[in-house]
Design a protein around this ligand. Sequence first.
Ligand SMILES: [Zn+2]
Length: 334
Amino acid sequence: MEKVQIAGSIMDFYAQLCKNVGLRKKDLIFPIFVSELSSSGPLSNSNDMSGMNKIALKDVVQNVQKIIDQGISSLIIFGIPNKRDIGASSALSNEGIVQNSTRKIKKEFGGSVNIITDVCICQYDLSGHCGLQIKNHDATEGNIDNDSTLDLLSKIAISHAEAGADIVAPSSMMDGQVIQIRSALNSKGFKNTKIMAFSAKFASSLYSPFRKTAYSKQIHNYKTLDKSSYQIGYENPRQAIREVQADIQEGADMIMIKPSLLYLDIVSMIKDKINFPMAVQNVSGECAMVKAAARKGWIDEEEWKVSSIAAIKRAGAHSIISYFTMDIAKYLDD
Ligand SMILES: [Zn+2]
């Protein structure tokens, strides 16, 4: 394999590379996946997600301690419940896995950790969609019902805020989700709870490794689940800009773009045109591709981890959500 020529130690080289693009520990957000299973285990049985776990409630505090010990203080929580139902009831339950985990983390670590919670129904609803589905007259599945989904998202966001979330992150791409959640939070006294809007979430098979973990048990067609009616198409940068502008007008405190590497032109364009706090998520498929290619000996894993995150920062992201957060933290002084 051809390697980049490196003078001095490889650690120094990567540390300098991170420094050159301005990467700091405070820019990094670690995704954690909390599960209703009684014990923790790997996120996936394949090696391509190695190092990532489904964390049982009893192990949450211990896992967060390890993240804090690396100097990372922001994390985003995704819930993986045991059961789905029609209407995603466990997504808004006070005893839901995200709510219980958030309460435990806040009780232990208080303000020293910044908790962001994923607000959506796709891990909880029987359909696997990010919005509630209307049934057709012949009882087949019909379109997504934007407005009834907004009510549900607001209730989920309030339950996360009550549990202690610092930032709620609506990821369903429903129109009007930010304004509706903002007014619901305000009406319950959560004016200080911030909103990170998943503003430009592109439809992509790059989410597949995560979906395999979170969906495959009850949603057998998870590989072909079509979310293109509410997510953005590859070819549509203008829609990405419109979605970002709409979310800012609706009161988002931070906007978010995902996946990352195929969309760095969009990240750069939004930085130039809008310049608003922007997070970018390096998603499960992007992590899995690096690990799979490295295992085959085709690429150098460490080089790709560092250069992926450095490239996202270079393109203009303020914050980066990545499975590689812990791997990168070791190169950063602060
Ligand atoms: Zn979703």
